[in-house]
Write a protein that binds this ligand. Structure first.
Ligand SMILES: Cc1cc2nc3c(=O)[nH]c(=O)nc-3n(C[C@H](O)[C@H](O)[C@H](O)COP(=O)(O)OP(=O)(O)OC[C@H]3O[C@@H](n4cnc5c(N)ncnc54)[C@H](O)[C@@H]3O)c2cc1C
Ligand code: SF4
Ligand code: SF4
Length: 383
């Protein structure tokens, strides 16, 4: 991008339009600062057409077609988030009138069957002798495949591997990337990528108008995986792995995900209103009775009452249980960002004006430590 100094009238409209302090006007002429991210927002703000794309920035957008999904194998099996991505990919592809293509490294028969039954029109299977801990090897191959196939949209899961791969691939392709999207839709053939911004206080809608593909990551549990059988074409690609990426893995250790909240149908959410660590035992007792699980809001995790893998929300997990029982949780937007897909929300809170009641299907105004023991008593009575 550049500013045509002869056309610039120093009107400050670009300065007002920029969210990043990326442009200043000095002596009635605008110039970019080091904060400019080249997002292009100020181009349309300038009434004198003084801000333009340089030739290098312009690509032929019409050459890009199709929605690609990275089907992540993880250390052992195909990740559920990949199937969830396929469902939203199908919706986007219907809007864009194009195909859904999955890319998967070294799949087995079961992986391929899943990718077929969850809506891939095409699966690109890559045989490669990968070092799974060196994600740069995968990033190099993915960037090459995208370069050759030119999809207009490329989606990855916001898993630890997806979060490492996506920015590397985006950087190699010189395109944009929106992390942790909570909604994806199409408007005027552009991918509208919605995600929380400014500490979760507003939902930003982000577009990538000038480069391709439009890349986004989505956290597990945000979309629901749905089976959609379509005719699926499987292509096999052999790739030589770049062994000289400059990364040498010296050691590795796994942090076990012990909570398994993602697969729980009933979740009891513990908030600051449970008031004591001991009260958590009562919540675990109820969870056991119901065959459910216990999750936490951030203050409880910060206080080390429960492990981080039980935190729900913007900086924790996204869950989609059938029942979410919020105990002493105020309903902050950052917490609610993690339970937006719960089927039924029941809230227990001593404050009748607590915001959680605006989200809840059922509300109980009361003390957690009175309501929960009573629930346990009544459930036991009926057993
Ligand atoms: C960038 C950012 C990211 C964040 N990410 C997350 C996140 O991922 N997850 C998350 O949870 N938070 C997150 N937060 C914090 C979030 O903003 C809230 O501060 C937090 O969710 C509040 O937790 P809470 O509802 O347990 O506590 P509080 O807001 O303190 O609410 C406690 C509630 O308990 C009720 N109560 C008190 N005593 C009782 C009682 N005896 N019986 C019944 N009810 C009672 C009160 O009326 C109140 O409504 C984030 C914040 C920021 C800025
Ligand atoms: S391109 Fe974007 S970041 Fe740069 S000055 Fe314009 S609006 Fe600001
Ligand atoms: S909006 Fe256009 S004319 Fe106005 S200061 Fe910015 S570049 Fe110059």
């Amino acid at each position: 991008m550049k500013i045509l100094k002869k056309k610039c009238k120093g009107c400050y409209l670009c300065v007002k339009s920029c969210p990043n302090h990326g442009v200043v006007v000095v002596d009635k002429v605008a110039s970019f600062t080091e904060n400019c991210t080249y997002c292009g927002l100020c181009i349309s703000a300038c009434p004198y057409n003084a801000i333009v794309h340089t030739e290098k920035n312009l690509i032929d957008l019409s050459a890009y077609k199709g929605v690609f999904v990275f089907a992540e194998k993880g250390q052992t099996k195909l990740q559920d988030v990949s199937l969830e991505l396929l469902s939203i990919a199908r919706e986007l592809a219907t809007e864009l009138d194009c195909k859904v293509t999955s890319i998967v490294f070294n799949p087995n028969k079961e992986d391929l069957n899943k990718l077929k039954t969850y809506g891939s029109d095409e699966v690109l299977t890559i045989s490669a002798d990968l070092d799974k801990d060196n994600l740069l090897q995968q990033a190099i191959i993915l960037a090459d495949i995208v370069n050759k196939n030119k999809p207009e949209v490329f989606l990855l899961g916001a898993t630890p591997d997806g979060r490492s791969l996506a920015p590397r691939v985006a950087a190699k392709l010189s395109t944009g990337l929106t992390a942790d999207c909570t909604k994806l839709s199409i408007l005027d053939e552009l991918l509208i990528q919605t995600r929380p911004a400014y500490g979760g206080n507003l939902m930003a809608q982000i577009v990538c108008p000038n480069t391709r593909p439009q890349m986004a990551t989505v956290r597990p549990g945000v979309f629901r995986a749905t089976k959609t059988e379509v005719n699926c074409d499987v292509k096999w690609l052999d790739y030589e792995v770049d062994k000289d990426t400059g990364i040498k893995v010296l050691d590795r250790s796994f942090i076990e995900n012990t909570s398994d909240l993602e697969n729980s149908e009933i979740i009891i959410g513990a908030g600051r209103g449970v008031n004591s660590k001991e009260a958590l035992d009562v919540l675990f007792e109820l969870a056991d009775l119901l065959g459910g699980n216990v999750a936490a809001s951030r203050p409880l995790v910060d206080a080390n009452w429960l492990n981080y893998d039980r935190q729900i929300g913007q900086t924790g997990k996204t869950v989609s249980p059938k029942l979410y029982l919020a105990c002493g949780i105020s309903g902050a937007i950052q917490h609610m960002a993690g339970i937006g897909r719960a089927e039924t929300i029941v809230a227990i809170n001593s404050d009748p004006n607590a915001p959680i009641f605006e989200f809840a299907d059922y509300g109980i105004v009361g003390e957690v430590m009175e309501v929960i023991p009573e629930m346990i008593r009544q459930i036991r009575e009926k057993q």
